[in-house]
Design a binder for this molecule. Sequence first.
Ligand SMILES: [Zn+2]
Ligand SMILES: [Zn+2]
Length: 262
Amino acid sequence: MNRKQTKKIGDDFLKTVLDTHIHTVACNHAYSTIGENAASAKSKGLELICITEHGPKLPGGPHPYYFANIKVVPPELEGVKILKGIESNIMDTSGGLDLPPQYKNKMEIILAGLHSKCFSPGSKRENTKAVIKAMENDFVDIIVHIGNPAYELDYPDVLKAAKDTNTLIEINNSSFVHSRKGSYDNCFNVAKECMKREIMISLGSDAHIASDVGEFGVAKKILDVIEFPQELVINTSVSKLTKYLESKGRVLFVDPRENTNQ
Ligand SMILES: [Zn+2]
Ligand SMILES: [Zn+2]
């Protein structure tokens, strides 16, 4: 019997328990708090969310102190595990990020990506160099929304670097719904290449409002259509993500209550 005739494409194909890319009111263009995002995650059966606020150089991004003080956020809210992170901006072709170096070790997960207000789209060579150099920072865990057609990239080179540097590649569901119009074909091809090269991917909702947390509908459909192996999707188990981050030296679920000065 044909598998496609017996099941719905997309959602039923892949059970996801975590979301690696979420914004809050701490940046000026998102509309929910960490608590609201956690409550939404709980209602959808998620076990973990990553709060990954924009780096300080993006207009509306939080002041660097936001990242210094993120230690006050507890490791669990509404029964959902919380990882404290950043979506840092790639600033130049050397892969420099807007993550203040003194806060690097406070982050439990570090995303990096190109945003036009911080890095104007350059030539294919310049864009590719910026992304590869960013991945060569050993603290970068995930490169986000590389399907964005505004930035022409040499995908074989970028994906080779992802494999060599053990960096996850994000399939960003918001790119199909709210932003970065025209990302679909690139993302489809990136997913296929990741499958071929056995590169681990991460699904990110890039939610800017709580109702979008954990929404991976189009991304999942792509994975279903190409029969992407579930073992290469980091979102299927909390331990898969935490093992990956711990292998990069991260200390996770730091509890502020265990960090008093008394
Ligand atoms: Zn972004
Ligand atoms: Zn984002």
